[in-house]
Design a protein around this ligand. Sequence first.
Ligand SMILES: [Cu+2]
Length: 163
Amino acid sequence: MSSEHYPSIACSAIAMLTSRTLGIVASALLITSVSAAYYSHALPVYNISTINTPEACDKSQGYSMIIQDGNGFNGSSAHGSPSNPWPKIEVHKGDMVNLIVCNLDKVQAHGFAINHYFDRGIALGPGQVYRLSFTARDAGHFVIYCVVFCSAHNFMVAQLVVT
Ligand SMILES: [Cu+2]
């Protein structure tokens, strides 16, 4: 994959969040099993115990990282979301899009869905990680949003741009 095709995503936010990730993810993972049991009751629509998310929240090469916490997606509450969707993931038609979604929130679940490409969405309990890969076959602007009514819900509006 050439650099021009690499999905660009809020780099400064990622740099900031990556350092936080290192400190937070270990403790977040510790409480995952307890929390998952709790949230499976709180969110009956999404049976979190059945979600296959064994991977740790590390950024593999070729993946764009989405961090979920009380500040939205990658700190989107400070970037004018929802009127200014954040982060914006820009790819070219035909590109493979690889996303890793990490819920670093210690206490609440957050959701993740993409219009057209990932409509069914997924809910992640505290500390859970989800990887998603798909080919961006159709051009357009697609809303990325949360499917759980969380405290950061109004700020959880990002965008996938396929040109
Ligand atoms: Cu939400």
